[in-house]
Design a protein around this ligand. Structure first.
Ligand code: KG4
Ligand code: ZN
Length: 344
């Protein structure tokens, strides 16, 4: 079937431990396939060497499945968008090399995408479950690798107003979970158990860092020492208080995030506020953001779960907006492990 009006973008994501491919037609997602890598659970965190090997195993079948599910032929593709960075170098290399080769073989444009911009631009996927925010808006991007407040003035004009000086909030969730003996990644489990606990049961210290920046490493250490002390006194302490511990840890992390986000909204006078990234799947963070509509007069934007954790749909939508504005890459483009959100 020939559909000349349609722009089909293949998105490829391989920055960390998820291999994903998506096909998008004029802003709408036709497919979004994600292969998770179970292997890391055994080690309590992502092992870079194993991640790149698993990407290499998954990338061809994942791309094939995305094209098949979109019900198109690969010759229909208008361009290929891939994650250039930031991320693990070995993981990025797999997606980058594959995208370059396929673009060359199909003789179609190649589009390099910044993963952090893509988390933000996931809000622009044409999906009835979400409404795109108007420019300018603030986006709290929270994931396993990043925690930043971004002022988004246009699709590709983004400025970091504040960010973490050490661990990302996702790491804080996962490392706290590890201390509690929960498997990796522990963020979703803390979320689940927190619903059954009392958030005021335990008090943990709040970091004191300047301006709109964050810090989570001190909190992690405080939780570790607190738990070690309690377990010495009562060996069953974690088991008996698991729900209250999860609720208190989650409450602390949520409070820390919102203190700075509220400060950013006040100082910029921007009242359109979005969240993005894996940790934006957290139910308390979602509820807290929603409550800011009533409490602070914000209009808030929460992406559907499928677009929060790493996925290629967000890479494809970013690629689509780059395609519309002629932001193409040539074959010399390199995977880049460190890439700021203001860098395309
Ligand atoms: O965006 P993402 O998939 O990967 C990175 O780019 O890092 O984020 C993964 C992070 C992990 O730390 C995971 O524990 C966390 O998102 N996460 C959650 C929840 N779902 C995923 N953290 C708290 N509550 C959740 N429901
Ligand atoms: Zn991510």
């Amino acid at each position: 079937m020939h559909r000349p009006q349609a722009t089909y973008i293949l998105g490829i994501e391989s920055s960390c431990d998820d291999t994903s491919a998506a096909v998008l037609c004029n802003g709408k997602i036709l497919s979004n396939i994600i292969a998770n890598q179970e292997i890391h659970a055994k080690y309590g965190g992502v092992v870079p060497e194993l991640a790149s090997r698993a990407h290499q195993q998954h990338i061809v079948p994942v791309v094939q499945q995305a094209i098949q599910q979109a019900n198109i032929d690969k010759k229909d593709l208008s361009a290929i968008a891939f994650t250039r960075g930031p991320g693990l170098m070995g993981s990025l290399l797999v997606g980058t090399s594959f995208a370059k080769s396929l673009a060359l073989a199909l003789n179609i444009p190649l589009i390099a995408v910044n993963h952090m911009q893509a988390h933000v631009l996931a809000h622009f996927i044409d999906d009835e479950r979400q409404q795109p925010p108007p420019f300018p808006f603030l986006c709290l991007t929270i994931s396993g690798g990043h925690t930043q407040i971004v002022k988004v003035s246009d699709y590709f004009t983004m400025e970091v107003l504040g960010e973490t000086l050490d661990d990302a909030v996702g790491e804080a969730f996962d490392k706290s979970a590890k201390i509690l003996g929960l498997p990796y990644p522990g963020g979703p489990l803390i979320d689940q158990y927190a619903r059954l606990g009392d958030a005021r049961a335990f008090a943990f210290p709040r970091p004191k860092v300047g301006d709109l920046d964050y810090s989570f490493s001190g909190l992690k250490t405080a939780i570790l020492y607190f738990i070690q002390k309690k377990v010495r006194q009562h060996p069953n302490f974690i088991k008996e208080h698991l729900h209250d511990l999860c609720a208190s840890i989650q409450q602390t992390l949520t409070d820390i995030l919102f203190e700075k986000l509220e400060k950013a909204a006040k100082s910029t006078k921007i009242k359109h506020v979005a969240i993005a990234g894996g940790v934006s799947a957290n139910s308390q963070i979602r509820e807290r953001l929603k409550a800011c509509e009533q409490d602070l007069g914000w209009t808030t934007y929460v992406p559907p779960f499928a677009y929060t954790t790493d996925n290629a749909a967000m890479i494809a939508i970013t690629g689509y907006h780059k395609y519309l504005t002629g932001r193409f890459s040539d074959e010399t483009v390199l995977a880049t492990a460190r890439l700021k959100v203001d860098h395309s």
